[in-house]
Design a protein around this ligand. Sequence first.
Ligand code: GTP
Ligand code: IMP
Ligand code: MG
Length: 358
Amino acid sequence: MVSIVVGGHYGDEGKGKIVSYLALKDDPKYIARAGVGPNAGHTVYVDGKKYGLRMITCGFSNPKSQLLIGAGVLVDIQRFLEEVAMTNTEGRIKIDGRCAVIEQEHKEADKGANSKKIGTTGSGCGPAQSARVNRVAKQAKEFKELADYVVDVPQILNDAIDAGEDVLIEGTQGFGLSLYYGNYPYVTSKDTSASTAAADCGVGPTNVDDVYVIYKAYMSRVGEDPYIHYLSDEEIAATPAFKKLLEKAEKEGIEGTSNQKIARVLGEVGTVTGRPRKIGSFDFDLARYSAKINGATKICITCLDKLFPENAGVTEYDKLSAPALEHIRRIEDKLGVKAAIISTGPGIYDVVDLRDGN
Ligand code: GTP
Ligand code: IMP
Ligand code: MG
């Protein structure tokens, strides 16, 4: 069984949390990181400890799984080695020798005028990708410090698939950030759909069984993107959940525009800058389109507790509040796909798992 997890909106949907849950619940033999590179920032809580991961899959939560980084991924060597130590995964993590490596010059170039215009993460991914396309980027197998980690990821995964083992592939960013399908040029340096995640790891499309597309219960966005519609004062006034959040922010004396106040009570602030993210209501059109292009077989809705706080930590469908259930049903209707997992908190087991047999 091969499953892929990707983001259905603009990244930060909580893919990391879902992957850390699936890793423990479904116990796959191999978990492979796909996607762009260390521009991703997944936050997960494992055994009560907070981890911020940019290179290693959040599936490290399962100590029995073997961890891989697919050939399509850009590698920041220093960051990779730091995360191996941080997660204590030495011995069970390997990377494909053909991964392109991000070097200092790429990080410098990612501070330039065009990167500022797009609002990139500054991680060097765009310039390294560009060097790769120009066939001048170095590959992981050329670096001595990676010698102990280098393997042929597609060979390992395809052997596992032939042997009937389970494989989980973790994508990064979100559909709206795809180089092909997002709001170009306000996008990342690669396609972010499930097909590309499979290609990143050398898994053929006919071998993929499930595509999990992850959506947050509302929208948040970092970076500069003039095409996105953000919550207006009128929309806030017309949406009870947002109205309540605004009232809460005002009670707490939070300052700024209504959008910024809501971002702060939701905890949607940039981890580096501390600036509030831009908040919007659920974009059904984008979600429907991304479910189609990703070939979604399962959708997950995260941060339900942030929009409807009375649902924090709920693990049973019947215990979800009426407004939360109405929101979920509306998403399911518009997308034509049933919710498989609903996330009600940042903890790994803060989930309602509606998949067969659960
Ligand atoms: P990218 O690869 O950077 O797009 O990240 P991501 O999709 O893995 O999401 P990220 O970890 O950046 O952001 C999600 C945040 O929400 C993290 O801080 C999670 O701990 C948190 N989170 C995830 N699911 C839930 C949830 O259901 N409820 C709450 N309250 N927090 C959640
Ligand atoms: P880059 O991927 O660093 O080149 O950034 C390009 C665009 O994608 C910018 O708008 C970033 O804010 C956005 N982006 C890249 N990675 C992530 C992510 O993991 N979460 C959210 N936004 C991201
Ligand atoms: Mg993130």
